[in-house]
Write a protein that binds this ligand. Sequence first.
Ligand SMILES: [Fe+2]
Ligand SMILES: [Fe+2]
Length: 279
Amino acid sequence: MSAKLCIGIIGDIVGSVGREIVASNLLYFREKYNIDFVIANSENASGGFGLSKKNANELFSIGIDVITGGNHSFDKPEIIEFMDSMPILRPINFPPNTPGNGIYCVDVNGQEIAIINAMGHYGININLDNVYHKLNEAIASLKQKKVNNIIVDFHAEASSEKRIAFCQLRGQISALFGTHTHVGSDDLHIQNGSFYVSDIGLCGAYDGVIGMDYKIPLQKAMQGYGKGRYEVLENGNNIFQMIILELTNGKCESAFKIKKINNKELENIQAFNLESNRF
Ligand SMILES: [Fe+2]
Ligand SMILES: [Fe+2]
């Protein structure tokens, strides 16, 4: 018997603008596409920096099942004491003894799904363990436990680091998606039963700088210094984007991306299958 699952994936949710856009879209798309399980990166969900307990509960209540993180995972330290009791991940290659977990396993409709959160090295100012070794170890232990559905959030600045991980793991995992740049890419494809996209892209303000008001970033860029911290852009244009995967026995068979700008739905982008040479 073939075991099918439909998975929804959301990239970096930025601030209250991002949370509101996800809240007003997610349940609709969950129902429309019969989505069984939703993963969302929420490292910027609270004021652009980190995730508060209140906002974590809010995100779970609007249809998100597991939250992944990145370099901003610990910006709101209050989350540390809740990480073990809630499905909230931080990258697996944080140094030993860092609070929280990098893998979450859950039964969905009688099937085991494993979500791994990993982080690249380029431009990330954290003393991380080697991400590729950590991924190999994690996947070997999941394969021993006969887990077929394995989905990786690779949080990184450089698309080359994400490509290295995909080439390392394709055929062994169901999907590897990028987060962190906040800019959605259209390179979604499937190879050896594994889905890939360099970055899902943010849910939040569409203009400005990666979901933030441009003024302080511009001041810092022009002067080398700037007063104050980045602020989430509260008004203006907004974007919602989400990827939907169809998995059968752990293999990705098809995938597409939904994109809405100012609540206008653009045409879905289909993932190209490199084996069958078609969408
Ligand atoms: Fe982010
Ligand atoms: Fe990040």
